[in-house]
Write a protein that binds this ligand. Sequence first.
Ligand code: TPP
Length: 201
Amino acid sequence: VASFLRERSQLGEMEAIVAVCAEHHKGSALFLGNSMPVRDADSFYFPQEDVGPIFANRGLSGIDGNVATCFGIAQTRPVIAVMGDQTLLHDLNSLALLKKSRYPIHLVVINNGGGGIFSFIDIAEKKELLDPFFANAHGWNFEAAARLFDLPYVRAEDFDALKVQGKSCLVEFVCNRRENLVRHRALQEAIECLLSSSMVS
Ligand SMILES: Cc1ncc(C[n+]2csc(CCOP(=O)(O)OP(=O)(O)O)c2C)c(N)n1
């Protein structure tokens, strides 16, 4: 998995999630938003050293209140958080808390223009249903939201831009949820090939 994610220098959704997780160290907490971030981290993030606690929210249904949860955690230690655009939209007004936080919150939003997880289920074949009723597709970005709440904002184009800055900020990584599906399938195939060849030998 690690070599698959490293094999191209171009940053994609999985690579971005793993890169944000890799910023996590002993003195910080990692918060994983629901939907793909928590799933990708579970599948592809293998900390090589002792790290601080890792949090995720069950919430009412999962994507609610994630930013407010980060604020709660950040009263005891710095927080590195990664979540999807729908998750951030669901709790956008909690961005007002970031500046008041005792410890910094490095909040990375993976903006794939809607709920990317729904591309993985059968309904994705029906595009006329997927985009309006499941993915809730949109073309927004979060720069103006960061400005509204007086937060430093970074539009991440490379790995360096995802790095922790030591102050609360909003980092946005814009990507494509259809490309992510293709990448996931390619990784799954590579793993299946590897497993079947190791079973033969
Ligand atoms: C409060 C609430 N409403 C709806 C859902 C159903 N739901 C699960 S995942 C998801 C989409 C999340 O999209 P995003 O945060 O952009 O993450 P991505 O799927 O792109 O990783 C939705 C709407 C939920 N889990 N919780």
